[in-house]
Write a protein that binds this ligand. Structure first.
Ligand SMILES: [Zn+2]
Length: 416
């Protein structure tokens, strides 16, 4: 047990109890005002633990702070850490009751005796990775919000460490806590000029030691189809059924290039919804690929499908609009390879094996990287996120604090 154990534990439990669920159904910034409850708490805590330039953006709900460098002038490289405050809309975040299961020795865990909610090893074999550890769990009726509050707990504990150990040398460390990650916020409102570091790590991966330097390229396409509805009794040669054209469009999509048939670095098309009547149809689909060239081909293919239907039914009858969602992190991270070298070195130095996969999704870091803040993603330490069986081993957060401190040490030694 390190000096961090009690701190990360107390912090995660305290943050988890604050309801910060974001919403897909809202157009406000942030999507839910209750995220300010945690933002204010974190602002005050950053001030108490000695961070400087602490600021809460009262419009955008982003919390900022820095630890100024205590190195000789001109030495060291700045680094930053970004974590999100909201929890996923997929499961309730109201009245979260975190509790600690000490020294887990394997077997099923009763989360809620009264409601007979049990977390079974059979369903969640990842429990076997944490024998002898102390787990923070839910009562089985809400999510925990370790995604991403476990990261916030680790980052805040790191800040306190430097307050208590002013003799430990480090370069400038920038910190930001953002809203709405779970609803595609992509850290849009993070002000890079205010942030204070030209590079950063997001902390939002799941298990300890895992990191991401590669994500999908992603876009969303909307196909709009017009039909011509007339009485079915006299429709011959006149009616154009938009439902049929929509089906025709969807049949042009390659059958096995769908999420349910792909893995690893295989890309896909995914129809999210198709709303169709004889008169009108709208197909919403998403396009994903790690490879930038393949991704461009996929977008071109959607345009080609649209064209071929335009050739049959008329140009004005079918249209297509494609919007970029995010780009692969890797395009940017490949230009700063030391960020991954340092990350692996820091994880290994803490006795953990660094692990990485080509992530089949996006992170706030994908968007931030393409906005000019290279941001690989480091684990937070949570398991089974977005659901009632979410849990966080205290030891994972403890290790994450150590990893951050080690990273800071490496950046303090880097002069560029
Ligand atoms: Zn997250």
């Amino acid at each position: 047990m390190t000096e961090f154990y009690d701190q990360v534990k107390e912090r995660l439990i305290r943050y988890a109890k604050v309801d910060t669920q974001s919403s897909n159904a809202s157009d406000t910034v942030p999507t839910t005002m209750k995220q300010f409850d945690l933002a204010r708490m974190l602002r005050d805590e950053l001030i108490e633990t000695g961070a400087q330039n602490v600021w809460l953006d009262e419009d955008k709900c982003v919390v900022y702070g820095i630890l100024p460098s205590n190195l000789e002038e001109g030495k060291g490289t700045s680094i930053g850490y970004v974590a999100h405050m909201d929890t996923a809309p997929d499961a309730s975040g109201t009245n979260v009751k975190p509790w600690v299961y000490e020294n887990y020795q394997g077997g099923d865990i009763v989360l809620n005796e009264e409601l007979k909610i049990v977390m079974k090893v059979e369903d969640f074999p990842n429990l076997n990775n944490y024998l002898g550890q102390d787990l923070i769990l839910t009562d089985g009726t809400t999510l925990l919000g370790g995604d991403d509050k476990a990261s916030i707990a680790s980052i805040m504990t790191m800040v306190q460490y430097y307050q208590e150990h002013p003799e430990v040398k480090h370069g400038l460390i920038a910190i930001a806590f953002t809203p709405d990650e779970e609803v595609g916020g992509l850290a849009r409102d993070l002000d890079l000029a205010r942030f204070g570091s030209p590079i950063a790590y997001t902390l939002d991966g799941d298990y300890l030691g895992y990191y991401e330097d590669e994500t999908f390229n992603a876009s969303a396409a909307r196909i709009t189809i017009k039909g011509r509805s007339v009485h079915t009794g006299t429709a011959k040669g006149i009616m154009i059924n938009a439902v049929d054209i929509a089906a025709e469009f969807m049949n042009l999509l390659p059958k096995f290039e769908k999420p349910q048939y792909t893995e690893g670095r295989e890309g896909f098309f995914h129809v999210i919804s198709c709303n169709a009547t004889c008169e009108n149809a709208v197909i919403d689909l998403i396009i994903r690929d790690h490879d930038a060239i393949q991704f461009d081909h996929r977008e071109a293919y959607i345009r080609k499908c649209t064209e071929s239907l335009q050739n049959i039914y008329g140009k004005e009858m079918v249209s297509c609009e494609i919007k970029e969602t995010y780009r692969n992190l890797k395009e940017v991270i490949d230009k700063v390879p030391f960020m991954i070298d340092y990350l692996k070195e820091a994880i290994s130095a803490c006795g953990i094996e660094p692990k990485s996969l080509a992530f089949r999704g996006g992170t706030d870091g994908s968007a931030l990287s393409h906005r000019g803040l290279p941001s690989p993603n480091l684990s937070a330490g949570y398991e089974n996120a977005h659901g009632r069986f979410e849990y966080v081993p205290i030891q994972s957060m403890e290790k994450n604090v150590e990893i951050l401190i080690k990273l800071n040490e490496l950046y303090a030694l880097r002069n560029d």
